[in-house]
Design a protein around this ligand. Structure first.
Ligand SMILES: [Zn+2]
Length: 349
């Protein structure tokens, strides 16, 4: 199953679409309509059998194969090719950021986990920028990345936060590995895995330790008028924004505040706060570079073959404990991972 994940979840745009100011509500409504259309397209092509991007015959293993397209504010995908692999940077900063973001994602997975692109087999990475007008979102449609420019009022250019690029591409990694069902707890795990690797890609790019990182998803994306710092916080779920137009960040940090809802595919972008916070706790307890030990444990679970598509939080947590023991023995890694889940109220078996 292909996940159609938009980085800005529908409940945020729903709230925005109700704003009194038409300059704020208009772009949100159009973005919701566009997302609904793309989601349907995805379902149709998935049913019919989408042609998956074939690795280039001449592809060199261990090297990215990036292509950036410009939709020129229309919605036809992929749009006009503006930068290929190895081409020098052009004048368009958005194109250059998308290219760099795909490269950083490729590099983390290759150097930290020996994974050759998101499918593990050199899959070419394609992205389209300048999608539509005032489009307040970015998404991975199962084949490529798509970025809007934002409306400039609430959201800025979606290529700005590198963790947003990493988040979307990580959905591709999940799609090719554990393929977690995009609903309820397995859906929240799917979202959380994308936040975890999105954050790790940012930290890797900046050379940050777990203590130095901001643990925010989408920092730099909100326009100055918005009261908030990002879309989500792994350090303090529920505190990323609190704005009169955007509403308040609804993420819980622990099982005590687990949200039961039918919206947002059963709260996939909401309850992901719980496993997100568990990762943050494990990574900061261990210290150093979070992609090395904590990230390795999460990656081992994602790719180890034991994680079921319909896994619940407790299943995932149990597998992280098992993976920590398998890779590092009875040491501080096992202790940090076990305690992290305990702190967020998820039982490990
Ligand atoms: Zn997502």
């Amino acid at each position: 199953m292909t996940v159609f994940c938009t980085i800005v979840p529908p409940h945020v745009l729903d709230k925005l679409a109700q704003a009194d100011d038409p300059a704020l509500a208009g772009p949100a409504r159009r973005t919701l309509q566009r997302d609904a259309y793309e989601r349907t397209q995805r379902r149709l092509t998935t049913v019919i059998g989408a042609p998956t991007a074939a690795p280039l015959a001449s592809a060199e293993p261990g090297k990215p194969h990036r292509t950036i397209h410009d939709a020129q504010h229309r919605t036809d995908l992929p749009g006009k090719k503006v930068r290929g692999e190895g081409d020098a940077p052009g004048k368009d900063a958005t194109v250059n950021r998308a290219y760099a973001g795909l490269g950083a994602t490729f590099e983390l997975f290759l150097t930290a986990y020996a994974r050759d692109s998101i499918d593990g087999n050199g899959l070419p990475l394609n992205a389209t920028v300048h999608y539509d007008r005032d489009y307040n979102n970015a998404f991975w449609n199962g084949e490529q990345m798509v970025f809007g420019d934002g409306d400039g009022e609430i959201f800025l250019d979606f290529t700005i936060p590198i963790d947003v690029i990493g988040h979307e591409l990580a959905h591709g990694v999940t799609q090719y590995t554990a393929n977690l069902t995009y609903f309820g707890q397995p859906g929240a795990l799917n979202e959380s895995v994308s936040d975890v690797f999105g954050a790790l890609i940012k930290q890797y790019t900046l050379g940050q330790t777990a203590a130095e990182a901001d643990w925010l998803i989408g920092a730099g994306l909100l326009a100055p008028r918005v009261t908030g710092k990002a879309l989500r916080s792994m350090k303090e779920p529920g505190t990323a924004y609190d704005d009169d137009v955007l509403g308040k960040d609804p993420q819980p940090a622990t099982m005590d505040d687990y949200v039961r809802t039918g919206r947002d595919n059963g709260g996939v972008h909401i309850n992901s706060g719980i496993p997100n916070h568990a990762f943050y706790l494990a990574a900061t307890a261990l210290g150093g570079h979070a992609w090395e030990r904590a990230g390795q444990v999460w990656y081992d679970v994602l790719t180890g073959g034991e994680l079921k598509q319909d896994a619940l939080f407790t299943d995932f947590a149990t597998l992280t404990v098992k993976a920590a023991r398998a890779r590092y023995g009875d040491g501080e890694e096992l202790d940090a991972v076990s305690k992290a889940w305990e702190q967020v109220g998820v039982r490990t078996l």
